[in-house]
Write a protein that binds this ligand. Structure first.
Ligand code: NAD
Length: 791
């Protein structure tokens, strides 16, 4: 045997991590009093407990108090009581607390890691080297945000009491992602860990006790879906931050509709791992190991769809199989283990069921020839080939060690396949040609893109999804906004249209122009599909004119036109800026006419009407100027990588505008959306739609590409509902009565579009606060593109 043969023949010996400290901690605790509320340990009011067991053996670890509604009430009350003092405390004092938490966690780093591996089943190498250090980094990083808050987020206030619900796949890390920014922002929290993995959160609460976190600032309640729902529905909570499945995310979106609660959802994914033929294949294979077999594939951003260029498919798959047969499946506490058990039998059954269904649908599933441990919820790494794009393994989140493979011929096809999913969390692009990688990254519908890498995370960089992967970002500056509220200049409550809007009137007044305005779709004036019109009254109750009564079909056409318009989102920011300036110029040329129209319809004095027109022109100017200035950033995480936080348009944005200041509100809503490259379907004021229809010519003369802006007049409430349910609308802004706003939120769950409503109130559109960054931020998605450097 030569030395090389000897080397390859070497067996790994067992390298177990000691667990005595963790076992002593488990033995020394009364888990029936595991609710950490107002700085004290409590049993559930009902006395109930639930069991948490060890995935590698199925053995019971603890019976943990199971919070019910009464316990959630107590936790929210404690958080509310602590809020004013905590939010008023100086940034420095909050920073000290965050730092103290981070330092205390460092001191108990190994205990955290071992407990996490025991409770969740993840290999100790991962909990020790990734989960726990990243969680600590989150607290230390956010200490700085507490001190920077006032300067970096002027006019922002902590959002209040925050309810946070997290999953079991990264129990401590998800806790850190939630609690650190909330505390830095001055919020107090009620957090519920997942019922499979309560342990490290209990240890964390002990750390809070010792690190001087004031009572009631952090409340940690253990329990299942019922406790989660009690947090979500609690009236004393001002924001919900949820990480978990898209299914539950949708339930929460619906449950919070109309409540005015701020919401962020970090949900599931089906992320693409794209390998071009010029990639370094060996690196790509290592990337895949990390991308799909990290944490047994129970990772929201797991690269579960391998898209490989045709010419190298065979070679890459061969390498992947070799590497898979070397993955070591075994005890999570063994330092050599690559793949531990899944979290629970239910998860194991689910994974097996999905593989069986995928195979039934034509996938060929391959597993290495390896033995599984005799106890526990283990599953072999699995490679599925011959996967059609519609196969369940290509579409559903498996949340297990299963990789589905497809091939592509060229770049366009790669992008199309990558985006052929209802999710949009992450993607990874492998090519030695950085130009190609950076050409592809912006075209992927995903909140995070890793170039020649995967699963890179840092507290300084935003993480979060598009589409059904949810909304909101966690981490860094982007994540801080989720826990802050900016006060917008609230205007009057909006009355439902039946009581407030124009009713058909008979007699035209002498000033009306006798024509029916059509709809504006795809750059053309078109008749409404139903061929009905809506009478528009003057301030004196006479007939001023008629507009088309838009319907579901018209909205569908308008959305299709907005989706088809590529020229606007692909235009340079300078180009968009010039077009918006031009729009302002053209409006200014017709200022008298618009002022007269405002007087005629709304009855405002001539001076006020003139002012509204001037303000509208000024606002167009503002957004024209900001189109090329509201830019992304570059993050510098502690690694040899730059992270480009790009600002991208949300996509097709529906806008439902209110009645007050009808020209100004229309411009104030449409212009920021356009400035950021979105295409728009706008429903103007139901009562004064002629201000918007009079804009058609201004738009036509302003070089706006066909489909960039579409205007559908009609009944706001009805059209808002159609927009909310339309799965090709990516964002929706609704300023209408409270019921319409609530319904728009509830109806948005189909594709989880981003909905922004005034909660039944309008704004004072003339106020400076009704313009600027707060609007632009709603018009963008932040995509973090990670680009490593160095040889
Ligand atoms: P889950 O949605 O079943 O549960 C998540 C949490 O929600 C748990 O704490 C659970 O008790 C609670 N819950 C369940 N029903 C609820 C309800 N009706 N109201 C309120 N709370 C409720 O998800 P899971 O199985 O624990 O976790 C896996 C999912 O999490 C995967 O889909 C994964 O992609 C996702 N995830 C996403 C991210 C991200 O950042 N996007 C990170 C990690 C995990």
């Amino acid at each position: 045997m030569n030395i090389l043969e000897r080397y390859h023949a070497m067996e790994y010996g067992p390298a177990p991590e000691a667990r005595n400290e963790a076992d002593a901690w488990l033995a020394g605790r009364d888990f029936s009093k595991a609710l950490f509320i107002d700085g004290a340990w409590k049993a559930a009011a009902s006395g109930k407990t639930f069991e948490t067991s060890e995935p590698s053996s199925g053995k019971l670890l603890a019976k943990v108090s199971d919070a019910g509604a009464a316990d959630i009430d107590a936790a929210v009350a404690a958080a509310a009581k602590a809020l004013s003092k905590w939010s008023a405390s100086s940034g420095y004092s909050r920073a000290k607390v965050l730092y103290a938490i981070g330092r205390a966690m460092q001191r108990h780093q190994r205990l955290f890691a071992v407990l996490e591996s025991i409770d969740n089943g993840k290999p100790i190498r991962e909990s020790r080297d990734i989960d726990v250090p990243l969680a600590i980094r989150h607290f230390i990083h956010h200490a700085g945000w507490a001190q920077k808050l006032e300067k970096d987020f002027p006019d922002h206030k902590p959002v209040g009491v925050v309810g946070q619900v997290i999953p079991w796949n990264f129990p401590l890390l998800m806790l850190a992602w939630k609690i650190a920014p909330a505390l830095a922002a001055g919020c107090t929290v009620v957090l519920k860990p997942a019922e499979f993995t309560p342990l490290t959160a209990i240890l964390f609460a002990e750390i809070c006790e010792r690190a001087g976190v004031p009572k009631g600032v952090v409340n940690i309640v253990q329990g299942g879906p019922e406790a989660g729902a009690a947090i979500v529905n609690h009236p004393g909570v001002q924001k919900i931050a949820f990480t978990g499945s898209s299914e539950v995310g949708k339930i929460i979106r619906k449950a919070t509709a109309g409540s005015g609660k701020k919401l962020s959802l970090e949900l599931g994914g089906k992320s693409a791992f794209i390998v071009f033929e010029d990639a370094d294949l060996d690196s790509a294979v290592e990337g895949l190991v990390d991308g799909i077999w990290f944490n047994q594939g129970q990772v929201c951003c797991a690269g579960s769809r391998l898209l490989v260029q045709e010419g190298i498919a065979e070679a890459l798959i061969a390498k992947v199989k070799v590497r898979m047969s070397r993955l070591r499946v075994g005890s999570p506490l063994d330092k050599n283990t690559d793949i531990g058990p899944l979290v629970d039998r239910t998860q194991l059954d689910r994974v097996k069921g999905l593989i069986a269904e995928g195979a039934k649908q034509g996938a060929v599933c391959w597993q290495p020839d390896a033995a599984l441990p005799t106890t526990g919820y283990y599953h072999l790494p699995t490679l599925a080939t011959s996967v059609s794009p519609a196969n369940i393994l290509a579409q559903e989140e498996v949340f297990g060690p299963v990789l589905a493979t497809m091939s592509f011929r060229n770049t366009e096809e790669a992008i199309e396949l990558a985006n052929n999913t209802r999710y949009g969390l992450a993607a990874s692009v492998w090519s030695e040609n950085i130009n190609l990688a950076l050409h592809v990254a912006p075209q992927l519908k995903a909140g995070v893109v890793w170039v020649n890498g995967t699963n890179m995370f840092d507290a300084a960089c935003g993480f979060g999804g598009y589409r059904e992967s949810g909304f909101g970002r966690e981490g860094g500056r982007e994540g801080m906004f989720e826990y802050l509220a900016v006060k917008l200049p609230a205007g009057p409550a909006i009355k439902p249209a039946a009581a407030g809007s124009a009713q058909p009137v008979e007699q035209p007044d002498g000033t009306s122009i006798d024509r029916t305005a059509k709809l504006f779709i795809g750059g053309k004036q078109v008749r409404p599909d139903g061929n009905y019109s809506l009478a528009v009254a003057t301030a004196k109750g006479k007939l001023a004119g008629e507009v088309g009564l838009g319907s579901r079909k018209d909205i569908r056409d308008a959305v299709a036109a907005a989706r088809a318009c590529k020229a606007w989102p692909e235009a340079t920011t300078y180009n968009r800026s010039q077009v918006l300036y031009y729009l302002a110029e053209n409006l200014s040329g017709r200022a008298d006419e618009f002022a007269a129209r405002l007087v005629q319809l709304t009855g405002v004095a001539a001076k006020a009407a003139r002012e509204e027109v001037e303000q509208s022109i000024e606002r167009l100017f503002l957004y024209a100027g900001l189109a090329d200035k509201f830019e992304g950033r570059v993050h510098q995480p502690p690694a040899r990588v730059v992270t480009l936080a790009l600002h991208e348009p949300v996509g097709v944005v529906g806008i439902v505008a209110p009645d007050n200041q009808p020209l100004l509100n229309f411009v104030s809503l449409v212009a920021p959306a356009l400035a950021m490259g979105n295409t728009v379907v706008a429903v103007p004021s139901e009562r004064y739609p002629l201000l918007a229809t009079d804009l058609y010519q201004v738009i036509e003369y302003s070089d706006i590409p066909a489909g960039a802006i579409n205007i559908v007049t009609g009944r706001s409430a009805e059209l808002a509902g159609v927009l909310a349910k339309h799965d090709d609308v990516d964002g929706l802004w609704v300023f209408a009565d409270a019921e319409t706003c609530a319904k728009a939120e509830a109806d948005s769950i189909g594709n989880l579009k981003r909905v922004w409503t005034g909660n039944g109130r309008s704004l004072d559109w003339a106020s400076d606060e009704a313009a600027g960054d707060a609007f632009l931020r709603r018009a963008i998605e932040v995509k973090n593109v990670w680009v490593p450097y160095g040889d």
